[in-house]
Design a protein around this ligand. Structure first.
Ligand code: TYC
Length: 116
């Protein structure tokens, strides 16, 4: 669509255009576009300690110990698992935080995002 549904209104002009006719489009339909959502995923590897992955899930994804352990074991057993669902910028920030923190501790843990 290349036009906004709306109502054309005339006015008398004002400000730097006094006394002249002017027109504005006023919106009649409220914009309610929902943001796209992205899953943040952890990938399994053979070297990152289980305890470190649990810590990541607690620290960056606000999981309690039980949920963090469940997600970690799911990734360990299935190769990939979901840490959470976020808008684009939040998901991107989580991925960067996990990757930076893992690298700082010299673990090969991989974290990615995908559009839902
Ligand atoms: N597979 C790892 C191990 O046996 C544990 C692990 C779980 C690593 C989840 C990464 O995303 C991961 N130590």
């Amino acid at each position: 669509m290349n036009s906004i549904p709306g109502r054309l209104q005339g006015n008398e002009g004002s400000g730097d255009n006094p006394g002249r006719s002017a027109s504005v489009i006023t919106r009649t339909k409220p914009k309610t576009k929902k943001p796209s959502l992205y899953r943040v995923l952890l990938l399994n590897d053979d070297y990152t300690p289980m305890e470190f992955v649990i810590h990541i899930l607690e620290r960056f994804f606000q999981k309690d110990r039980e949920a963090a352990t469940r997600i970690m074991l799911h990734v360990h057993n299935h190769g990939v698992g979901e840490c959470g669902v976020f808008t684009y910028e939040v998901a991107e920030t989580k991925v960067t935080q996990v990757m930076d923190f893992s690298r700082q501790h010299q673990h090969p843990l991989q974290c990615v995002m995908e559009k839902k």
